[in-house]
Design a protein around this ligand. Sequence first.
Ligand code: DUR
Ligand code: ZN
Length: 147
Amino acid sequence: MWGVITMTVDKNTLLEQSKVAREKAYVPYSKFPVGAALLGEDGKIYHGCNIENAGYSMANCAERTAFFKAISDGVTKFKAIAVVADTDGPCAPCGACRQVMSEFCSPNMPVYLTNLKGDVLETTVGELIPFAFSPEDLDYAAGKSEL
Ligand SMILES: O=c1ccn([C@H]2C[C@H](O)[C@@H](CO)O2)c(=O)[nH]1
Ligand SMILES: [Zn+2]
């Protein structure tokens, strides 16, 4: 008799996978590799690493790499993300990545921040970016007849 096997990705798996993702980082300039593991609603884990460029300002963070990979594969809803770097405390995502998280994740989505020492901070998207600029802000302006 065949049964349905439901695999749930747990926090530790996501934390481990963020370290695997970090191994692919392209960081010749900062030498600061970062990894992210993003759990999609489809149950798949999307890896992201930071990708730098000789034009320094074009660096893409690990977190946004993971989001953009998933979104370009048609997955736009997420369950959790883990981020790792060799930081003293748990690695904190930058403002741009927090804004991208707020676009695609619910405020209560878990975010696991860690480092190579194994410190883990469990937070949420809403805690990382309270009072975020959101699509509703655009809707309000769009509802007015004049600029
Ligand atoms: O949470 C973070 C913080 C920084 N970086 C990257 C951007 C750049 O490549 C390098 C140094 O800022 O680390 C990330 O990928 N995620
Ligand atoms: Zn970032």
